[in-house]
Write a protein that binds this ligand. Structure first.
Ligand SMILES: Nc1ncnc2c1ncn2[C@@H]1O[C@H](COP(=O)(O)OP(=O)(O)OP(=O)(O)O)[C@@H](O)[C@H]1O
Ligand SMILES: [Mg+2]
Length: 383
């Protein structure tokens, strides 16, 4: 490892101040899981939306493990160009490719006896996934250009905000690696599903920001707080933190009210309604309504297809090259059996190509993917 690499590794070995805050039921449960998992060496997969706290959880695991005084290396797989990722992870031998002017240590070697967090694991190229699986299985890898198998003792944590099952369906993530990683999967719910944490996080970020920046905080009105709690925070805790920093910077020496909050979030008032008795807001209501409408649309499409096919089938004496339900089945077939027949037909016809079939049937890729799973139609792909 040269000096520059060493510095890069040090940069990535961050020392954390913030621990996992929150008192909602999911966070309390999460702390319990972390307590159980941390002292072991098991590989952990952390999933959750962007900004929901995956790195914070990984750091908690590290801090509570027996490896707490050993290196903690964070590698963002999405930020390393595909061509050099193996050399970055596993190191290389001098002369193994143009530019390899000296032997180089990889992240795994640098993390020996410690912990490595592979962030954005969904971005790992397929051929590197095979090698990664081998390290998880037995701690062994071969350097780029090397012939000898190297051995490391590293606790592995992987994280992603992607749906790995979808990546598998699109043939960009290995199923065996997914099953290996999934055995301990810590799922962090989005902030909007744990509104009880918002006030605690708000107070924490306000304190942190005012202390670091000598900015005075005069308080926030109850109504403004209600808006903050009921916003749906698509960027989760990171967005809340950034929001607080801008809010406090732009509204000094005053009590922050709802107008300030709405202006900062750049949304019209009607978009968020303060929680009613049941904590239900306009956004939730709208999302539910959209969901219901989509369902309805889908059902209508399904029925239309069903009617068309019944019609066709009745007028056809012989099966042709197309979807066909035989006369003896037509009177007894259930809706689900019909749907299964239809999807199986298209699955075979279009070789499991989700995009094409969804387009043909005028339903969403998501719905189709879900239905393929439901009917055991495996290895659907997007292209
Ligand atoms: N429960 C929490 N308590 C305290 N701080 C938190 C919590 N969750 C997240 N944060 C803070 O929010 C920010 C985003 O968290 P983090 O980087 O862990 O998210 P992430 O899930 O890894 O996001 P990404 O998918 O974008 O990598 C960080 O500043 C982190 O310190
Ligand atoms: Mg992260």
């Amino acid at each position: 490892m040269n000096g520059e690499t060493e510095k890069k590794l040090l940069d990535q070995t961050r020392v954390y101040q913030s621990s996992l805050l929150g008192n909602s039921v999911p966070i309390v449960e999460l702390r319990g899981i972390i307590r159980q998992v941390a002292p072991t060496d098991v590989t952990v997969l952390i999933t959750g939306e962007s900004g929901s706290g995956k790195e914070v959880v990984a750091n908690e695991i590290y801090k509570q493990s027996s490896r707490q005084n050993k290196p903690f290396i964070i590698v963002n797989c999405g930020a390393i160009p595909e061509g050099i990722i193996e050399s970055e992870l596993f190191g290389h031998i001098k002369g193994s490719f143009t530019g390899a002017t000296e032997n180089r240590k990889g992240y795994f070697e640098a993390a020996n006896n410690g912990t490595i967090l592979l962030d954005e694991i969904g971005e790992l190229p397929l051929q590197t996934q095979v090698k990664f699986l081998r390290v998880i299985e037995n701690g062994e890898y071969i350097k780029v250009g090397g012939t000898r198998s190297e051995k490391v003792d590293v606790r592995i944590i992987a994280a992603t905000n992607k749906n790995l099952e979808q990546l598998i369906a699109a043939n960009s993530f290995r199923e065996d690696l997914y099953y290996r990683l999934r055995s301990i999967n810590i799922v962090i719910p989005p902030l909007r599903e744990r509104k009880d944490d918002i006030k605690i996080l708000f107070d924490h970020f306000v304190k942190q920001f005012t202390e670091r920046n000598s900015v005075e905080f005069m308080g926030v009105s109850a109504e403004a707080m209600n808006y903050i709690i009921n916003y749906n925070w698509p960027g989760n805790v990171r967005q809340l933190k950034n929001f607080i920093e801008s809010l406090l910077t732009l509204n000094r020496d005053k009590i922050i009210d709802e107008k300030d909050v709405l202006a900062q979030l750049s949304i019209p008032k009607a978009e968020i309604m303060p929680a009613g008795v049941n904590g239900f807001n306009k956004q939730d209501e709208r999302q539910l309504l959209f969901g219901a409408l989509f369902e309805l649309k889908r059902d209508i499409m399904d029925i239309k297809h069903q009617l068309n096919s019944f019609d066709d089938a009745k007028h056809r004496a012989e099966p042709e090259d197309g979807f066909f339900i035989s006369d003896d089945k037509i009177d007894s077939i259930t809706y689900n059996e019909f749907e299964q027949e239809l999807l199986t037909y298209y699955f075979n016809k279009y070789n499991g190509n989700i995009n094409r079939i969804a387009d043909k049937l005028k339903i969403s890729n998501r719905t189709l993917y879900r239905k393929f799973k439901q009917y055991g139609l495996k290895n659907g792909k997007y292209n």
